[in-house]
Design a protein around this ligand. Structure first.
Ligand code: UD1
Length: 432
């Protein structure tokens, strides 16, 4: 049976939505718990496929994983070992590359299956991660069958590492490798995303010495070992931004709760240009729109620039502006426009040339069967379905479930007509 999400669009959204823990922080912090010989209690764990997969990977290395309540997990990595690495699980998940930094740090050796994950339609290399490990003293071999083996026979030694490209994954992975290395590691041209700061805060709470996360120079002084403790994962910037984009597209008013306002400034600046009203409180934000949508231009950049992970979602309201053409320039990935073909099925008028998409406004989007080609593309399809006239069905929703905790339930609670449906092999459809 294949599951899909079916939406009857055209309804404004009103009410409150609670934001879950940050996917991109959790997918690094869960494997980072394997650095600790003791128990890590992690709170605000989002219930999403990628995080559950990381927990399975950690369990596959022999850690004990126990949910205390639906959003709190205790991981005891005292007895982890490298005897039966969970290769197949790793291959399914891009963020399984964090396992390399963690195991290299703790055991001076890591063998992992080449990571999978979202395919945006361009290359997703990990050469900078490897270069970082090698600078710290590791040797790397690529084995037949898609395995990477990284080993530091004489241990890891702190060094200065300059990242040629600002990379979230490389910054975090090198940080993980360096926490138990001998001496000081300095990462220059580091990424500054909120999840980098969150990983550093987690590591420091367990006894690491990481300074400067959130700036472009991060210094890590290696310590002998980390100890157990409790840590609460930050709220998900991109999940919050997605609901902010949704209400901007549909009209209405949403109070989005459990957020960190400064993480959302780069997103709300664009939404305001597009005609939304945004009001911040201590840990919530109200986003409303009643007037027309206006065109704007967006360029994605590393944080604090506009996040590439919000680009597809913002493309939807830009289809429906009152006037003229908006331009999106992708500044992080080679290309990230696979969702455009799907939006065209709904009546969008978008021209893509390399990294640039020109979005001409259309009077309306019309419901259609579409696919979630990757995680954020899937979120864009849901927003398009909410804003469109008629019925939209979104297929391949496994991509959406990788990163959105209960998206259907959260949208139903604010007035959206959205539900799961299963196509049975006999062709009958069942509502879920
Ligand atoms: C992370 C996010 C992803 C987001 C991206 C950019 C996770 C699990 N995923 O992905 O959702 O879109 O940050 O904000 O956190 N690059 C190299 N060599 C490398 C690594 C990266 O050239 O070794 C390039 C990439 O091709 C890309 C750029 O650096 O052009 C940024 O990629 P990076 O920040 O590493 O993305 P991820 O960490 O994979």
């Amino acid at each position: 049976m294949s599951r899909k999400i079916v939406i009857r669009g055209g309804k404004p959204l009103f009410g409150e939505i609670n934001i879950s823990g940050a996917k991109n922080a959790a997918v690094a912090i869960v494997p980072a718990a394997m650095l600790v010989e003791g128990v890590c209690r992690l709170e605000n764990i989002p219930n999403i496929v990628d995080v559950m997969a990381q927990l399975e990977i950690v369990r596959g290395f022999g850690a004990s994983v126990r949910f205390v309540n639906p959003t709190t997990v205790e991981i005891d990595s005292t007895h982890i070992n490298l005897s039966h690495p969970p290769f197949e699980l790793m291959r399914k998940l891009r963020a399984s590359y964090y396992t390399i930094g963690v195991l290299l740090s703790r055991f001076h050796r890591a063998e992992v299956a080449m990571p999978g994950g979202c395919n945006f339609g361009g290359a997703r290399p990990i050469d900078l991660h490897i270069k970082g490990f090698e600078t710290l003293g590791a040797e790397t071999a690529i084995r037949e069958g898609g395995f990477i083996c990284v080993e530091a026979k004489n241990g890891l030694k702190g060094r200065n590492i300059f990242l040629d490209v600002v990379s979230v994954g490389a910054t975090m992975n090198i940080m993980l490798a360096a926490v138990l290395a001998e001496g000081q590691t300095v990462i220059e041209n580091a990424a500054k995303e909120p999840h980098i700061v969150d990983l550093a805060n987690f590591l420091n709470a367990m006894g690491a010495e990481v300074r400067g996360a959130g700036t472009d120079v991060i210094k890590i002084v290696g310590v002998e070992k980390l100890h157990g403790g409790s840590y609460t994962i930050i709220p998900d910037q991109i999940e919050a931004g997605t609901y902010m984009a949704a209400v901007t597209a549909t009209g209405g008013s949403l109070l989005i709760k459990n957020i960190i306002p400064r993480h959302l400034e780069c997103i709300s600046a664009k939404l305001v240009e597009m005609g939304a009203e945004v009001e911040y409180f201590d840990d919530s934000v109200r986003v409303s729109r009643s007037g027309p949508l206006h065109k704007t231009n967006i360029k994605t950049l590393p944080y604090p620039g506009f996040p590439t992970d919000m680009q597809p979602q913002l493309a939807v309201p830009l289809c429906l502006t009152e006037e003229g053409a908006s331009v999106i320039t992708e500044g992080v990935w080679e290309s990230r426009y696979r969702y455009v073909d799907e939006l065209r099925k709904m009546g969008a008028d978008i021209h893509v040339d390399g990294k640039v998409a020109v979005i001409n406004s259309v009077p309306r989007l019309s419901g259609a069967p579409v696919k979630a080609s990757d995680l954020r593309a899937g979120a864009a399809m849901i927003i398009a379905g909410l804003a469109a006239t008629g019925e939209t069905s979104v297929e391949e929703i496994v991509h959406i479930e990788r990163g959105y905790d209960n998206i259907v339930g959260k949208l139903q609670a604010v007035g959206a007509d959205i539900r799961y449906m299963e196509d049975a092999p006999d062709g009958a459809a069942r509502v879920g």
